[in-house]
Design a protein around this ligand. Structure first.
Ligand SMILES: [Zn+2]
Length: 108
């Protein structure tokens, strides 16, 4: 029998379902299997981290875009006679940030 306890109406009950697996000498049903719970926790953590990386990458693209726009504007103000090194760097930065985001979007 499953050794886990549950709460119902503010009271503690033993699960009582048929034990399906044994972990460290204790029996658990399919719902309370600690290995299953751990797998769920790991999957959730991975998902949260993935979302975090994507948010960071999206922010990096926005920042790089803003820098690029600012550089282009300053070049335009000096008569567009030349593309400054700052603009070249900004284009490279934007491309890097965008490629990083595209890589993350390819993740499942
Ligand atoms: Zn159980």
């Amino acid at each position: 029998m499953c050794c886990a306890t549950t709460f119902r109406n503010w009271q503690r009950y033993s699960c009582g379902r048929r034990g399906k697996v044994e972990r460290g000498g204790k029996h658990y049903c399919g719902i309370h299997d600690p290995a299953k719970k751990e797998a769920k926790r790991v999957a959730m953590t991975a998902r949260i981290n993935r979302i975090g990386r994507r948010n960071d990458a999206e922010r990096a693209v926005r920042d790089a875009r803003d820098i690029l726009i600012a550089r282009i504007c300053s070049d335009v103000h000096c008569g567009m006679s030349c593309i400054s090194d700052g603009t070249r760097d900004a284009v490279a930065g934007f491309t890097r940030a965008r490629n990083m985001l595209l890589t993350l979007e390819g993740e499942p």
